[in-house]
Design a protein. Structure first.
Length: 113
């Protein structure tokens, strides 16, 4: 089991979630975070911190975002650890209500802590 960051995070990246993670499981991309499934202990603390409801237990991941299980596993091996909140991305207000953001996911790594 693991928790998974899904599509609502894209272009929002609020980063509130990283502050409560006891095992530093979040990894930072240019416009999204993912969770390292090998680090996540399923504590669930991050779920309620996300303003856009982007974080799910893998077994509760909505079918339309099933690909995000693989994306979290793959991209977490490429992106740096993030442990401190940075505030949301510019334009997060609009992005928070947009659907179908998958094609805007950047696979570029974010900046390091
Ligand atoms: Fe993304 Fe929500 Fe965290 S938008 S960065 S999963 S608080």
């Amino acid at each position: 089991m693991t928790h998974v960051v899904a599509e609502p995070c894209v272009d929002c990246r609020y980063t509130d979630c990283v502050e409560v993670c006891p095992v530093d499981a979040f990894r930072e991309g240019a416009n999204c975070l993912v969770i390292d499934p090998d680090a996540c202990i399923d504590c669930t603390l991050c779920v309620s911190q996300c303003p856009v409801g982007a974080i799910f237990m893998d077994s509760d991941l909505p079918p339309k975002w099933a690909e995000w299980l693989e994306l979290n596993a793959r991209l977490s091996r490429l992106w740096p650890v993030i442990t401190k909140a940075r505030g949301p991305l510019p334009g997060h207000e609009a992005a928070a209500t947009q659907e179908s953001k998958r094609d805007r996911l950047s696979e570029r790594p974010g900046s390091r802590d």
